[in-house]
Design a protein. Structure first.
Length: 133
């Protein structure tokens, strides 16, 4: 199982507007999309850096996974997402190899992608996301 490419890097932030300003004014990037993902209780902002995207994640609720992450670890890199084909098949394959899954089957994510997360306790502490268009 080899991922196709790094789809994006997710970064947890407390204030999306403030963070967008940093990425635009200091790094010179351009935010091309802002989207709320109700199911995940986050508001996202996307930037492209070459072929890779950065996804800023602001919690929209105190009980969201991203809010819990920020409370425990502070702002910063939240996850790395890999583009894959046959997402549900890939989730089954890694589970058969002993990887603990957060999502046993795919669900809808930002930008219309189907997504599935692997638990960081099984991935060396890195929250890993598989994405499929």
């Amino acid at each position: 199982m080899i991922p196709n490419y790094i789809e994006h890097i997710g970064i947890a932030v407390k204030n999306l507007d403030k963070s967008i300003k940093y990425y635009e004014d200091i790094l010179g990037l351009k935010c091309y999309a802002i989207e709320t993902v109700e199911e995940q209780k986050v508001k996202t902002a996307f930037f492209k850096v070459g072929e890779t995207k950065l996804e800023l994640l602001e919690p929209t609720s105190d009980d969201s996974p991203v809010a819990k992450f920020i409370a425990k670890r502070g702002e910063g890199v939240h996850h790395i997402a890999f583009a894959v084909d046959n997402l549900n098949e890939k989730l089954t394959q890694v589970a058969e190899k002993g990887i603990k899954l957060i999502d046993e089957t795919s669900r809808k994510g930002a930008e219309g992608l189907n997504i599935g997360f692997l638990h960081p306790k099984s991935t060396g502490g890195v929250l890993t996301e598989f994405c499929e268009k």
